[in-house]
Write a protein that binds this ligand. Structure first.
Ligand SMILES: Cc1ncc(COP(=O)(O)O)c(C=O)c1O
Length: 388
């Protein structure tokens, strides 16, 4: 049976605590970067077990990636290696930093960047690696850090899916020179739009704070606080990437529920694994020993010959059952801009291309009720048994 209302993919969980904090923020009339951003930074730093001088809240992960790459010293002519299976923002941030993106293929089992493919892509112009912890599954950071050490490369981790992820006891985002997080609506902590940088180096965070507010030497909080007016001086041409207190108001309470929500998504994930075990689908691999998966995306692979329909037909059939799904992602080399600009072809990254053409993501928000999860499961079973 088709459910009555549409199950929107990735709709966040918003509680009364979130709503009340946003209302309090509005009533305080301090909407811009202020005390709530400072608290969110402190809470996030504590969650990542780093000092709060090593984090900066920004208005997106894209912004976080961009300013991290500038702070990493990337410049035109430099090459930066990233995965062929990611969101376009990863690659665009490299382009906007002035460097040239170079793709590496993925491991088809983990869907993460393949260290041997990284090594094959290294030239004398390579300066950095941008691993993406896909779906919340940590990349092979032992191999990646080893490559970075041997070739003297910077690491900028794209942790958009990976707030809760850990790798052999350490938090993801703390291996590289920079770790960049997203609080976009569908993410595990949702502030509408929002991002965070965790840096190894305190000076890099100072530079990022300046870069993310027009290049001004003092931020608006200091300029307009009750300590009196202070002149600001522009020390470089920066961007407008600061987080607002309204966003942080959501983040503070979302972050306080992060472990509860992780456990809820793990439960939903396990229900899916059990329900689809007998179907001719490729289900996500179990987390690697010694790692913690963030369970951000539950992705299945649909092979037309086995399942009786293509991935695109599956997505359309789920839509007809009033279930929203996602595609993460068409591989980067499928997009015309990159083909025209860099001459990339999907076939050059065969694992990413193959996954990108077969993958579909099922709803995994902690806001899903048990009945919602049952609806998703029944829709998948019905789509399979009846065909498109
Ligand atoms: C892997 C990856 N990188 C970067 C981003 C960009 O994040 P934001 O929307 O916060 O800029 C996303 C967002 O969807 C993502 O999934």
């Amino acid at each position: 049976m088709t459910r009555e209302d549409y199950l929107v993919f990735g709709a966040p969980q918003i509680t009364d605590a979130d709503v009340d904090e946003v209302v309090d923020c509005l009533r305080s009339r301090w909407l811009g970067t202020g005390p709530r951003v400072a608290r969110f930074e402190e809470d996030f730093a504590a969650y990542k077990r780093v000092d709060s001088t090593r984090v900066a809240a920004l208005n997106s992960c894209t912004a976080a990636l961009h300013v991290s790459m500038i702070a990493a010293g990337l410049a035109p002519g430099d090459e930066v290696i990233t995965t062929a299976l990611t969101f376009c923002a990863t690659v665009n941030a490299i382009i906007h930093s002035g460097a040239t993106p170079v793709l590496a293929d993925i491991d088809p089992g983990t869907m993460n960047i393949d260290p041997s493919s990284i090594e094959n892509a290294i030239t004398d112009k390579t300066r950095a690696i941008v691993p993406v912890h896909f779906a919340g599954r940590p990349c092979d950071m032992t191999a990646i850090c080893d490559i970075a050490n041997r070739y003297n490369l910077r690491i900028i981790e794209d942790c958009a899916h990976a707030i809760e992820s850990e790798y052999h006891g350490s938090k993801i985002g703390t291996f590289g020179d920079f770790g960049c997080f997203s609080f976009y609506v569908t993410k595990n902590v949702a502030t509408g739009e929002g991002g965070m940088v965790v840096a190894k180096d305190v000076d890099a965070i100072q530079r990022i704070k300046v870069l993310s507010l027009h290049g001004m030497s003092k931020d608006a909080w200091h300029r307009f606080s009750d300590t009196g007016y202070k002149h600001y001086l522009v020390t470089e041409a920066g961007f407008k990437y600061n987080m607002m207190d309204i966003q942080a108001a959501l983040g503070i309470h979302q972050l306080s529920r992060i472990e509860e929500n992780w456990a809820r998504r793990q439960q939903i994930w396990s229900r899916y694994q059990a329900a689809f075990e007998a179907l001719p689908l490729v289900l996500p691999a179990a987390p690697e020993p010694g790692t913690r998966h963030a369970y951000h995306l539950y992705t299945i692979l649909i092979e037309s010959q086995d399942f009786g329909m293509s991935r695109d037909d599956f997505v359309a059939a789920m839509h007809n059952h009033n279930i929203g799904t996602g595609v993460h992602y068409l591989s980067i080399a499928e997009h015309p801009y990159y083909q025209q600009t860099f001459g990339w072809h999907p076939g050059d990254y065969p694992n990413a291309a193959s996954i990108g053409r077969r993958t579909a993501s099922l709803p995994l928000s902690p806001a899903l009720s048990d009945d919602d999860v049952t609806d998703v499961i029944e829709a998948v079973l019905d789509v399979y048994s009846r065909g498109f």
